[in-house]
Design a protein around this ligand. Structure first.
Ligand SMILES: C[S@@+](CC[C@H](N)C(=O)[O-])C[C@H]1O[C@@H](n2cnc3c(N)ncnc32)[C@H](O)[C@@H]1O
Length: 214
């Protein structure tokens, strides 16, 4: 099968991951079998990371050996695909008890997902649970997304991150392109920004920023 990246397969022009728990689906995604292996279609309309991959992301930080800290895991749509890619743990931080309640049964079956009820703005709330992360994926729709990422990168010594920026969470009236420019400039002061991918047509007014620690 063709791949976008190691562990991210391409099926009819869309990404898919090898289902680490065959028979388990998380958000009603399609599954299919190739050579006796079950794959889960990774829906770019439901996942910004999948949208970024379809829109031409050139480098992907998560490998089978990455410990991942996922901020804003919600009910596990994207985090469950990340848990298919890595053999290591995916720490899933979510501050809404209602979302986490739906994530817990998924994590009971996908045992490398660790649900954490905590506020991503306060990494000290969960630093007793993990000392280090290789990659951070952040999708929290908060106004101070850059500050949250910086704190978490520093606390957990992460080397790489994928950050989803939603213009409307920063300012609901200003031109999104101007907001992205300012945010990316701020990020450039702290990180190496590798690429900025516009998520249209899958998500309006969102970009996915791929970056590494300086
Ligand atoms: C757009 S959704 C994430 C969707 C998810 N990334 C996916 O693709 O499956 C944003 C989530 O971030 C959570 N969130 C927002 N602010 C947060 C914070 N400060 N700490 C933790 N979670 C937060 C929200 O409750 C919501 O579930």
């Amino acid at each position: 099968m063709r791949t976008y990246f190691p562990g991210v397969f391409e099926f009819h022009g869309r990404p898919a991951t090898k289902n680490s728990v065959p028979g388990l689906t998380v958000y009603g995604e399609r599954t299919f079998k190739q050579g006796g292996v079950e794959y889960r279609a990774w829906d770019p309309f439901r996942s910004k990371v999948a949208a970024g991959i379809v829109q031409g992301l050139r480098r992907f930080p998560v490998t089978q050996d990455s410990t991942v800290l996922y901020l804003g895991a919600s009910t596990g749509t994207t985090a469950s695909h990340i848990a298919d890619i890595t053999r290591r743990l995916v720490y899933c931080v979510e501050f809404s008890p209602r979302m986490l309640r739906e994530l817990v049964p998924v994590a009971e079956r996908k045992t490398n997902m660790v649900p954490i009820l905590a506020d991503a703005r306060q990494p000290q709330e969960y630093r007793h649970l993990l000392s280090k992360a290789d990659v951070i994926i952040q999708d929290v729709a908060q106004p101070n997304q850059t500050e949250i990422l910086t704190k978490n990168m520093e606390t957990f010594g992460a080397k790489a991150a994928l950050l989803s920026i939603k213009a409307r969470s920063i300012n609901s009236v200003r031109d999104p392109q101007k907001i992205f420019k300012e945010e990316v400039n701020t990020l450039r002061g702290k990180f190496n920004v590798l690429e900025v991918v516009d998520l249209r047509p899958f998500e309006e007014d969102h970009v996915l920023v791929n970056l590494t620690a300086k």
